[in-house]
Design a protein around this ligand. Structure first.
Ligand code: ZN
Length: 428
């Protein structure tokens, strides 16, 4: 704010321009790279963001080569001391063409099909969610690339909030930390995040989702490799001697719960997925993954896999079956259920914004899983885009603006409520 007490409005043009500028930058991550971050394009955007947030008055802005995160603080401007909160967005884009991204702006979208170019049509019939954005300023890619609204819409919304707070010191809040990180799409970024650089009590990711969504339960996830060692003997003389590894592997699979599979799983249900089953008489190998929202049931499924391997070892002799199993990520659900204010605060802020609340079971891993595991409860909110990870991706300026306003509402509501927190237990 430049003199006087007049409030500045949110800068929709700024949000739009920042989104377009960042969308054009190729920040696709690469799971085969050992570099941190995995691709140099991400560093370019991260350093650009560090400069941008300095311009918006953030303090303690830093980039670390070790975790490739940019962090910075919107300093508290209130006499009331409240716990610091954080917001997190990722700079990388999914495993899809990101060369020469040409965002297309469709002002006052009319609800009709859009010819994206490259003989690709964004069909209003095929994607009924487009109905919700009629009349808005719609941004798409040009048919041959993704757009990268995942998660550059989250970044643009965050910057929109930061600019608004910078220009309106009359809007009071506590310390708000922002973090921009790499390599979310390949599940490597947040695992490396040194959260001593991010001194907040709790945080939110802004990764996909629709306005009003909040996801605080994701899968608990494990992966297992089971190998089977057979005994090869000439079949004519195999009586009592041959042990067939391929058949042992089949026996193992038969022992798994037959209805606990992805094709019969939705909402808050989990599954065990047998990824492959390769075998011959001499040797067989199974790879599987376990996914489960419910931690007790997740541990039960891990035990079942372990018991099955042990049972076969008892039956066929020790050391024929070898199990290697490890946790891939854990749902932040348990941690967040013990800190219900983190979700209830969002309920209050959404209510102020007129957004109906949807608790979403997030059927995959997120940065929030890793950050929560490091002790900072971190649910996911939304970024306002749709059709992520491909050529049909889109976002609207209005939704990014809504995100910016919602983030401000969370910060101001927190200032009001901290000290008298709503700790109502969470319900799905
Ligand atoms: Zn994402």
């Amino acid at each position: 704010m430049k003199g006087g007490n007049k409030m500045s409005d949110y800068d929709a043009k700024y949000i739009e321009e920042k989104f377009i500028q960042y969308a054009k930058m190729n920040t696709r991550s690469n799971e085969n790279s050992k570099a941190v971050p995995t691709t140099p394009g991400q560093v370019v955007l991260l350093k650009e963001l560090a400069n941008e947030i300095k311009k918006l008055g953030l303090t303690d802005v830093s980039y670390s080569d070790k975790d490739a995160y940019v962090v910075g603080k919107i300093p508290a401007n209130s006499d009331k001391k409240v716990a610091a909160i954080g917001f997190v967005a990722h700079v990388d884009t999914a495993d899809f063409n990101a060369e020469n991204i040409q965002p297309q702006i469709h002002e006052n979208y009319d609800g009709k099909d859009i010819d994206l170019g490259h003989v690709v049509t964004l069909s209003a019939k095929e994607f009924p969610s487009l109905k919700k954005v009629i009349g808005q300023t719609l941004i798409t890619a040009s048919g041959d690339t993704l757009l990268g609204a995942d998660d550059k819409a989250g970044i643009a919304g965050l910057l929109g909030m930061a600019k608004y707070l910078h220009e309106n010191p009359a809007v009071k809040h506590g310390d708000i930390w922002l973090a921009f990180g790499p390599d979310e799409e390949i599940g490597m970024g947040a695992a490396r995040f040194d959260v001593s650089r991010f001194p907040v009590e709790f945080a939110y990711t802004l990764d996909n989702g629709n306005p009003g969504d909040i996801a605080y339960e994701t899968f608990n996830a494990a992966a297992a490799k089971i190998t089977f060692r057979g005994t090869v003997v000439h079949p004519g003389e195999a009586y009592g001697l041959m042990v067939n590894a391929a058949l042992m592997a089949n026996e193992f699979i038969d022992g798994l719960p037959q209805d606990f599979v992805p094709e019969k799983s939705k909402d808050y249900q989990g599954y065990i997925l047998v990824l492959n089953n390769n075998g011959n008489v001499d040797h067989a190998e199974i790879n599987l993954i376990i996914r489960d929202f419910d931690t007790d049931h997740y541990l039960k499924m891990k035990k079942l896999v372990k018991d099955l391997a042990e049972k076969l070892n008892e039956k066929y002799g020790a050391n024929r079956v070898n199990l290697e199993m490890h946790d891939q990520y854990r749902s932040p659900g348990d941690l967040i259920k013990n800190n219900p204010y983190v979700v209830n605060l969002v309920h209050h802020a959404y209510a102020k914004m007129g957004l109906p609340v949807h608790h979403i079971p997030f059927r995959g891993g997120t940065d929030g899983d890793f950050i929560s595991e490091k002790g900072i409860p971190t649910p996911n909110l939304f970024n306002g885009g749709a059709n992520f990870h491909g050529r049909y991706e889109y976002v609207t300026v209005e939704n990014m603006l809504l995100l910016a306003k919602t983030l401000t509402a969370i910060a101001t509501t927190h200032l009001e409520m901290d000290g008298n927190r709503d700790e109502t237990p969470l319900k799905r």
